[in-house]
Design a binder for this molecule. Structure first.
Ligand SMILES: C[S@@+](CC[C@H](N)C(=O)[O-])C[C@H]1O[C@@H](n2cnc3c(N)ncnc32)[C@H](O)[C@@H]1O
Length: 267
């Protein structure tokens, strides 16, 4: 059983490290941590949190963050955005980067990889035979080390892969044992997975052309979200496109991003 004081301690820690606001999520916190606490033999949440706070880069702190993130994602999610990207954004980006042939795409909360792999499929599909002349490597980041491991493995169930257009399944996956599909190497090498916490300073030196940051800011409070959007804005190329989740929005009075259509903005 978690006490109110222990719960508050976890809420404050997680908010300060990851921006995730769990203040109304006591049942979720307990549901996700109880088993772990028992398995590891901690006598109380305080004992566990003492370790987490003493070693913020240690395994306990990592386990805590992995347990408390919500990683739900699926292939072809909010697919109108992918179609817009391929039909409207890519042709323009191709003209704009004719001299550098360097596309800078960041998938900022990539979870188990379905979203960045889809972005890579769209790049390969769009550029076709010209693909080898362009650098379109997608940077995919997440705070959760477990989901990054799954993403790097690139093995998905038949059901989840089948949400993609059939020609993509045939071209970019190979069936492996037990009704599973593996991302082919040619696609895998188009995506670079890294652990990155959105609360840290953004590491980009060259301007970003496209940023996908979908279904993660819903876990942050308004000031955290605004601050993050401001730093993303600073790192984007003029005219760069920002994609957020379809249930999310950006208040126009608090942002420099220009509204394009629901959940799509531009610098
Ligand atoms: C619901 S998933 C969204 C996945 C995908 N973008 C989509 O829309 O389907 C949210 C992801 O955000 C990640 N996340 C939460 N807080 C984060 C932070 N501070 N830094 C980086 N990633 C974070 C979680 O680990 C989780 O994988």
């Amino acid at each position: 059983m978690i006490t109110d004081q222990e719960f508050q301690r976890i809420v404050m820690y997680v908010k300060s490290k990851s921006g995730i606001n769990l203040s109304e999520k006591k049942v979720l916190v307990q549901g996700r941590l109880d088993n772990y606490m028992q398995r590891k033999g901690y006598s109380s949440y305080h004992e566990f949190m003492d370790l987490v706070e003493k070693f913020p880069a240690g395994p306990e702190a990592e386990d805590l963050m992995n347990a408390l993130t919500t990683n739900h994602t699926y292939f072809w999610r909010e697919h109108e955005q992918f179609l817009f990207l391929k039909q409207e954004v890519f042709p323009e980006l191709k003209r704009y980067t004719e001299h550098t042939r360097d596309w800078r795409i960041w998938c900022a909360a990539s979870s188990t990889g379905e979203e960045p792999y889809t972005l890579a499929m769209l790049c390969m599909d769009f550029l076709g035979l010209e693909m080898s002349q362009w650098d379109t490597t997608i940077l995919a980041t997440d705070i959760d080390t477990k989901v990054l491991e799954t993403a790097v493995r690139g093995v998905y169930s038949k059901n989840s892969v089948e949400q993609l257009p059939q020609q993509y399944v045939r071209r970019f996956f190979r069936p492996v044992s037990g009704e599973q599909y593996q991302v082919k190497d040619e696609l895998k090498k188009q995506v670079l997975f890294r652990r990155f916490n959105l609360m840290h300073q953004l590491p980009f030196r060259k301007p970003l052309h496209v940023v996908f940051i979908r279904n993660v800011m819903i876990y942050f409070d308004e000031p955290t979200k605004e601050k993050l959007l401001e730093s993303i804005y600073e790192k984007m190329a003029p005219g760069g496109y920002l994609f957020i989740g379809s249930t999310e929005s950006i208040s126009q009075s608090n942002t420099k991003f220009r509204y394009v259509r629901p959940s799509i903005y531009r610098k």
